[in-house]
Write a protein that binds this ligand. Structure first.
Ligand code: APR
Length: 234
């Protein structure tokens, strides 16, 4: 049985209409990371940080999964029905819900989720689709202590122990649409190189392309379905 771990980044959602971070027209060309994506930024100006994520949440409601998300869901479904004798886990840096909307169930969001908020008083992470403002009360405990349920720079990504265990046990590691500049995700290829095959799918080589044995160049909507067809064909 083949065990595959796929790491996805902003590039897989680009063709759905969500901007990446570091491409020329990316989110970090319009915003400063230190203004909207650190714990200090939230302490300094919570309204600005809330507005940044409110805008992104509204944008997420206007887009749909693309052929790359759908192809990964198709592979997971093939595993579930026994059509493909393997296992697929998606570890995503993306805070969007496009993998889930495409039908994937085995998805771990290492940088959190845009459609949840986190209460710093009660620790709850309720689902959240509306705008959130600094004085919005937590629906679970009533205190006005909500923050985006996202991992900011300087914070520890989620699910790391189980992600490392899955990487340690995989046969194939595939990175799709990620620039390889943000750790720990950028270090995953190095973690698996002694026991797993590696494939990078991207428009351009990433910062860690040298760690991968194989590279598929092109837009995710074309390359990911092609790769899934290849796996299903055996
Ligand atoms: N198909 C495939 N790859 C693409 C496409 C596409 N259509 N469009 C862009 N890409 C690639 C780019 O070449 C680039 O390598 O997607 C990558 C996007 O890189 P980043 O913008 O850096 O996004 P990501 O790697 O997900 O960023 C990691 O940085 O700011 C943080 O928390 C944020 O999770 C994010 C993390």
């Amino acid at each position: 049985m083949e065990r595959i771990v796929v790491l996805t980044g902003a590039g897989i959602s680009r063709e759905s209409g969500l901007d990446t971070f570091r491409d020329a027209d990316g989110i970090w060309s319009r915003y400063d990371i230190d203004d909207v994506c650190t714990p200090a930024a939230f302490r300094r100006d919570p309204a600005l940080v809330d507005r940044f994520y409110n805008d992104r949440r509204a944008e997420l409601h206007r887009v749909r999964p693309n052929a790359a998300h759908l192809a990964l869901a198709r592979l997971e479904e093939a595993a579930r029905t026994g059509q493909w004798p393997g296992e697929l886990l998606i570890v995503t840096q993306n805070i969007d819900d496009l993998h889930e909307r495409a039908g994937s169930r085995n998805v771990w969001h290492m940088h959190g989720e845009l459609l949840r908020v986190r209460c710093t008083s009660c620790g709850g992470t309720p689902e959240w689709h509306a705008d959130c403002l600094p004085h919005t009360p937590c629906p679970l405990c009533g205190r006005p202590t909500l923050r985006p349920d996202v991992v900011w720079f300087g914070e520890i990504p989620l699910h790391m122990p189980r992600i490392e265990a899955a990487l340690g046990a995989c046969d194939l590691f595939v990175a799709i649409g990620t620039s390889g500049t943000v750790y720990p995700a950028a270090g995953f290829a190095a973690l698996v190189e002694d026991h797993a095959d590696t494939l990078e799918i991207n428009l351009d080589p990433s910062a860690v392309s040298g760690r991968f044995e194989r590279f598929m160049t092109g837009p995710a909507t074309r390359m990911v379905p092609r790769w899934v067809d290849e796996i299903l064909a055996g």
